[in-house]
Design a protein around this ligand. Structure first.
Ligand SMILES: Nc1ncnc2c1ncn2[C@@H]1O[C@H](COP(=O)(O)OP(=O)(O)OP(=O)(O)O)[C@@H](O)[C@H]1O
Ligand SMILES: [Mg+2]
Length: 304
């Protein structure tokens, strides 16, 4: 199982859209896929056709990541009505807002990793949709992730927010979970023939260099139509949908290639704070040891 968070520190740039697009690519390719909807707005759950009242959701999982709670919080997506496959969602809830504290404890931020370790054998890919902030929920998502994909729009504040997100990931990685890496930055909602967008794209290229992914997503109303109908973009008719689907295939390919790269084990071994604080549970890749953590320790990832 590999885990990818989709994040930005600015709202409305297309996190949920990109998370669902990659989920659609994975679903179409036959990967066993789970989308974790960690945003209290629950847009990913809606896009996957999981509406209504649910007793067990991400909120209950973060409260108590026991095996049966985790299983009850996961439902199958209605996407499978249009095409058979394996796509599930860990249901979002407005109640998760209570876990979005600015100063989460160590114990808080490892809850999702613990939950995912319970279903490790059930999925090939987990995609986490996060809220647009750097509070407890996003950090919980990142701590349980192998990679983070940053989404940005070609606008001034989005560029600044993407840069902040990259730096926050770097400091969380250094302080807590060396497994975590950025997958890169993807630009969404580009309008052709916009001088402002051209300028911002150049700025993003200068700022992020190779971290800026080649995939660039244009603004297309087809995306909104498919989302509104709670359908996977890969099963939506028309050429525009097919072209968009191809972009999400490329993003998925990039993520899978990145997961396949080996970790620098020496760096991990030398990582003193890691040895003291980490308690990665999925995979147990390094030495199988579960290290105790300091439960009441607070950490701040925004400044070093
Ligand atoms: N490339 C695109 N073309 C057209 N519409 C888009 C595109 N990307 C996103 N949108 C639309 O823009 C709105 C915001 O996108 P989305 O919900 O994916 O952003 P978000 O970053 O998840 O927002 P939030 O921060 O509120 O979670 C949605 O209505 C979505 O359908
Ligand atoms: Mg969203």
């Amino acid at each position: 199982m590999h885990v990818l968070s989709v994040s930005s520190l600015k709202g409305g740039v297309g996190k949920t859209t990109v998370a669902l697009g990659i989920a659609s690519a994975a679903f179409s390719r036959g990967l066993r896929t789970l989308v974790v909807d960690l945003d209290p707005q629950c847009d990913a759950s809606t896009g996957l056709g999981a509406f209504g009242e649910f007793r067990e959701t991400c909120a209950e999982v973060l409260e108590n990541p026991k095996h049966n709670v985790v299983l009850r919080a996961i439902v199958s997506s209605s996407w499978t009505k249009a095409r058979p496959g394996n796509i599930d969602v860990m249901i979002g809830s407005p109640r998760t807002i209570s876990f979005d504290k600015p100063n989460p404890t160590m114990r808080d931020v490892w809850k999702l990793e613990e939950a995912l370790s319970r279903v490790e054998r059930d999925y090939d890919l987990v995609i986490i949709d996060t809220p647009p902030s750097l509070n407890g929920l996003t950090r919980t998502a990142w701590v349980s992730s192998d990679r983070v994909l940053i989404v940005t729009e070609p606008g001034l504040f989005s560029v600044v927010a993407a840069d902040r997100a990259m730096r926050a990931i770097e400091s969380l990685k250094n302080g807590l979970t060396p497994r975590l890496q950025t997958l890169g930055v993807v630009i969404n909602r580009i309008r052709a023939n916009s001088k402002e967008h051209e300028f911002r794209i150049k700025e993003l290229t200068d700022l992020f260099g190779p971290e800026l992914l080649n995939v660039q997503i244009e603004e297309k109303s087809t995306i909104q139509q498919a989302q509104g109908a709670a359908r996977a973009i890969h099963t939506w008719p028309g050429e525009t949908a097919a072209n968009l689907a191809k972009l999400f295939d490329d993003l998925l390919d990039g993520a899978l290639a990145s997961f396949a790269k080996p970790l620098d084990r020496r760096a991990i071994k030398n990582h003193k704070r890691f040895a003291r604080l980490s308690r990665i549970m999925r995979g147990q890749k390094w030495n199988g040891e579960l290290l105790e953590i300091e439960l009441d320790q607070k950490f701040s990832s925004e400044s070093d």
